[in-house]
Design a protein. Structure first.
Length: 128
């Protein structure tokens, strides 16, 4: 998936499609390069929580509503190496989350009120 930030920068996002992929997220990654991250489509709009269990690097967690508006951001969210871990909730209902390396949300101006444009890439073999 591609995401276009308010300043026009394009991000390449892995899509967490299965329950297992959503549960794993960016766990165990030693780095999340600039311009990349992960997209989580959520089941309905709500105050869906995220945590940082087994993450190795701090992340920005960006909650987005159905219209592509950023509703909340947890910036520089610290890793949690052992249970119990803090759960992070958005201030308003969201239907998707983007996780990026810490500092990327502010650099890309993905702050509450900003809009992000999401574009699904064709699956391999589509369009041939």
């Amino acid at each position: 998936m591609l995401a276009i930030a308010p300043g026009g920068e394009t991000l390449v996002l892995e899509v967490a499609q299965t329950d297992d992929e959503r549960a794993r997220g960016l766990m165990g990654r030693a780095e999340v390069p600039a311009g990349t991250g992960m997209y989580f489509g959520l089941e309905g709009s709500g105050r869906h929580s995220f945590w940082m269990f087994n993450c190795l690097v701090p992340l920005d967690i960006i909650w987005i509503d159905d219209a592509g508006a950023v509703v909340d951001v947890s910036e520089n969210t610290p890793p949690c190496p052992a249970l119990p871990c803090i759960s992070y909730f958005p201030r308003a209902p969201a239907s998707a989350v983007i996780e990026l390396a810490a500092g990327e949300a502010r650099r890309l101006r993905l702050l509450p009120g900003a809009r992000v444009v999401l574009q699904r890439l064709p699956a391999q073999g589509e369009g041939r």
